[in-house]
Design a protein around this ligand. Structure first.
Ligand code: ATP
Ligand code: MG
Length: 215
């Protein structure tokens, strides 16, 4: 039985290496230097496919990959059809935050009932957050560099991932609200979990044995 695991390059790949190692899986190549999108491993029955972070749930949903690793942010925006979230891997940890330019009185704007323009790569998360607060917003969907939007008048605020806050600070923005704690999850195609349980279960066990708890 062959297993295909969908991963994105960069931090998720790096932080997944020790988990794969615990399952006895060692990639044959480094996706940062290789241009290959399908990467073999030391195990004949396991291969990796390298996709955009936001595409991981789609590959798993349709069974093009049996397993995948994706951020909670990406999974919420995807909706989760056709896949199970099996394990919080506690990697690629960051926070989903609302941020505004330094000096913008966010609380006063909210109190006043102002309509806010919010730029984000995460329209569902942003919309739900402001709906819960009863704040009227116009969501402007962006694909990257959200920090720029309020600096050039595209939006009043952004909803974005923050880890150290360095990028916000460099652009004279400040976090004003915490929305969600984010980490990456192991997702499994629903049909594959049944049909390939014998191959998937040892991987699940190995991953859960090395997941670092809390902090
Ligand atoms: P793409 O480059 O294809 O647009 P991306 O920017 O979402 O994708 P990454 O930056 O590798 O890709 O992020 C992958 C996942 O890692 C995100 O979905 C999120 O869960 C998490 N993440 C993003 N930024 C950070 C960060 N600064 N610190 C820790 N984890 C992060
Ligand atoms: Mg990124």
């Amino acid at each position: 039985m062959k297993l295909t695991i969908a991963l994105s390059k960069g931090r998720i790949f790096e932080e997944t290496l020790p988990l794969l190692a615990a399952a006895g899986i060692v990639p044959a190549e480094d996706p940062e230097s290789s241009r290959k999108l399908i990467i073999g491993t030391n195990r004949d029955d396991v291969r990796l496919v390298i996709v955009r972070a936001s595409d991981v749930p789609t590959y798993v949903q349709y069974g093009a990959a049996d397993l995948g690793i994706a951020g909670r942010d990406v999974l919420i925006e995807h909706g989760g059809d056709g896949l199970y979230q099996m394990l919080d891997l506690n990697i690629a940890r960051c926070k989903m935050m609302v941020a505004v330019p330094e000096g913008f009185d966010y609380d006063a704007a909210v109190k006043k009932g102002a309509r806010l323009k919010v730029a984000s790569k995460y329209p569902l998360i942003a919309r739900e957050h402001f709906a819960k607060k009863g704040v009227h917003v116009d969501i402007i969907k962006l694909y990257g560099s959200m920090e720029l939007a309020p600096l050039v008048g595209l939006s009043d605020a952004i909803v974005d991932l923050v880890s150290t806050g360095g990028t916000l600070k460099a652009n004279r923005l400040t976090s004003v609200e915490h929305i969600l704690d984010i980490s990456s999850r192991l997702v499994v195609n629903q049909a594959a979990l049944k049909l390939k349980y014998g191959a998937i279960q040892p991987v699940l066990d190995a991953f859960s044995s090395v997941v670092r708890q809390g902090e």
